[in-house]
Design a protein around this ligand. Structure first.
Ligand code: GDP
Length: 298
């Protein structure tokens, strides 16, 4: 599979450029740590995490008697990789197929696109996939899913326009069980004008899905990396209401920052499982912390 090369469109990430400037100075003093903290904050890691990260690296650097900026920056990388140390980034599987994966997130973050991409990825691995077009309020969403599904031999179950999303998900799971599907990937609506409604609807979909299948093995929250720290607030709301088990961080190709990935894992303790690197069907890859850290610090 391809790595994260090229995920950031600028010749260099914001953080990478800052680190290059700091490395050139070759002095490890107060100014270095202040600059580092600023660079981390500007890259969307958030204030608390940036301060904490600098503190850890700084302590290690002094404890080990390191004096070269190069060595200090290498320690920064190690610390950043450690902060992304989730043991399990694979999709959770149920005891018996189909494993049901709910996708949640607000409109426009790339939810439908990510379902199409993940369906294609699983299908290319020989898995049988059924997609539930649960966003019945957006006709285009079902059409988009069908278009992508055709290309990857995936079946789409959809309801009439305005149909109860929970019933579409129920039908898709029943269909998935009948045809021996390995996965049912279910889209949900993401209208945010009424947050309580949205959260209630997600809870209902979950209840109904559990009735149809026994277990929802995964609830993937889709977040747009270009929204930075705002995305984090959104994530907190969903994490509480929908028992999110994993994150898909989209549009990493559209930002020079990307530090929100650290903030998500630090604040929510939810693993990022996949990242979106473009609009094409192949542009979804499993999240690789090491490659990611080298990319944004490089
Ligand atoms: P939804 O409303 O959450 O279902 O969002 P869509 O799946 O319709 O995506 C909204 C827009 O974001 C579309 O134009 C997608 O092509 C685009 N998009 C989704 N994922 C990515 C990504 O990883 N990178 C880029 N550059 N665009 C993306």
């Amino acid at each position: 599979s391809r790595g994260l090369d090229g995920s950031l469109p600028k010749s260099r990430s914001l953080l990478g450029s800052a680190l290059a400037r700091m490395r050139a100075k070759r002095a490890l003093g107060e100014e270095f740590w202040v600059e580092l903290e600023e660079a981390l904050i500007l890259s969307d890691l958030g204030l608390d995490l940036s301060v904490d990260l600098v503190e850890s690296v700084r302590n290690k650097v002094y404890k080990e008697g390191v004096t070269a900026t190069d060595a200090a920056l290498e320690m920064l990388r190690e610390e950043m990789i450690e902060r992304l140390d989730h043991s399990n980034r694979d999709l959770n599987l149920g005891d018996a197929p189909p494993s049901v994966v709910l996708f949640v997130g607000v409109n426009g973050v790339g939810k439908t696109t990510s379902i199409g991409k993940l369906a294609a990825l699983l299908s290319s691995e020989g898995k049988k996939v059924v997609v539930a077009a649960g966003d019945t309020f957006r006709a285009a969403a079902a059409e988009q899913l069908e278009m992508w599904a055709q290309r990857s031999d995936v079946q789409v179950v959809k309801g009439a326009s305005g149909a109860d999303p929970a019933s579409v998900v129920f039908d898709a799971i029943s269909h998935g069980a009948a045809v021996g599907a390995d996965f049912v990937l279910a889209d949900t609506a993401g209208r945010l004008q009424n947050r309580q409604n949205l959260m209630d609807e997600l809870k209902k979909i979950r209840r109904v899905a559990e009735k149809a299948s026994g277990t929802v093995t995964e609830v993937l929250l889709v977040l747009d990396a270009t929204t930075g720290q705002n995305g984090l607030l959104q994530a907190q709301g969903f994490a509480e209401a929908a028992s999110v088990t994993g994150v898909i961080l989209t549009k990493l190709d559209g930002t020079a920052k990307g530090g929100v990935a650290f903030a998500i894992e630090d604040k929510l303790h939810i693993p990022i499982k996949f990242v979106g690197l473009g609009e094409g069907i192949l542009d979804l890859v499993p999240f690789d912390p090491k490659a990611f850290v080298y990319e944004i610090t490089g």
